[in-house]
Design a protein around this ligand. Structure first.
Ligand SMILES: Nc1ncnc2c1ncn2[C@@H]1O[C@H](COP(=O)(O)OP(=O)(O)OP(=O)(O)O)[C@@H](O)[C@H]1O
Length: 256
């Protein structure tokens, strides 16, 4: 049965999508059967894996509004072992459109529960805001992975995420656990990156991944070529770091 991991941080631009794409791809490369749910109306996880608008017939929005089945929405084997539920701008209307639906927070969960047995991991790439989509993702998830960028306001964003996770745990999903925090865009040439890591470590009594994702230009380039980092530049430090993160995520499963 899959472990469902929501990748979230209400702060924008911290490396959620980069982590969702490359962690999914590295788990798949390691032989795990993975579903990546693009749950951000920006659709960056979909385009970052090479999907053009014309390749996408149905999106996760159509699934949630019951217009299509899971099979009709899923794009199978975008890479070996990796399937994706794509997204597009239509998902931005969810906040208003789901208003009238009973149990609107549990929509995604109801669909993922049906297919959970078919995967080892389901990763959900969340939008950078606390809206009905993020609440749906956290209600569907077993664990939450929080990427935090090595910059000054890192702790601020983290505090908000942890509050939201506690709220969803109390009201909607008692089994929800923190998978861990992962530092992104670490720049070894600056003192700031090191200070942020030390600061978060001393203030956060929670799981922090040993793997730190470095700032790496190949990671920034890969999505514009529609490739994950292990396809785009398999020997880059970016690829190596996401492989290490995948190995940690797999081994952590044994403790969860
Ligand atoms: N480790 C890295 N090294 C270099 N560039 C990176 C790295 N991680 C992410 N980036 C770049 O930083 C930008 C923001 O990353 P990303 O889109 O993954 O963040 P996000 O949190 O998903 O953003 P949003 O809040 O808009 O959804 C992108 O241009 C991405 O290519």
């Amino acid at each position: 049965m899959a472990r469902i991991i929501a990748i979230t941080n209400q702060k924008g631009g911290v490396g959620k999508t980069t982590t969702a794409i490359n962690l999914s791809a590295c788990l798949a490369e390691a032989g795990q059967h993975v579903l990546l749910v693009d749950f951000d109306p920006q659709g960056n996880a979909s385009s970052g894996l090479g999907l053009e608008r014309e390749d996408i017939e149905n999106t996760v929005y159509d699934l949630l509004t019951e217009e299509v089945t899971f099979e009709e929405c899923r794009i199978a084997e975008i890479q070996k072992n990796l399937d994706i539920l794509p997204s597009d701008m239509n998902l931005a209307g969810a906040e208003i459109e789901f208003q009238e639906i009973e149990d609107k927070e549990k929509l995604l969960r109801s669909y993922l529960e049906k297919i959970k047995d078919d995967y080892d991991f389901i990763l959900i790439d969340c939008p950078p805001s606390l809206n009905i989509l993020t609440i749906n993702a956290l209600t569907a998830a077993d664990t939450v992975l929080v990427p935090i960028q090595c910059e000054y306001y890192a702790l601020e964003g983290l505090g908000q995420v942890l509050k939201t996770v506690d709220l969803v745990k109390r009201k909607l999903n008692p089994g929800l656990e923190l998978e861990g925090v992962v530092f992104t865009m670490y720049d070894a040439r600056t003192n700031l990156s090191l200070e942020v890591v030390e600061n978060v470590k001393s203030n956060l009594n929670r799981t922090i991944y040993k793997t730190i994702i470095p700032r790496n230009v190949r990671l920034a380039e890969a999505p514009s070529h529609g490739m994950s980092i292990n396809q785009y530049d398999t020997r880059s430090t970016g690829a190596e770091s996401y492989r290490m993160l995948a190995a940690e995520v797999m081994s952590r499963g044994e403790d969860l």
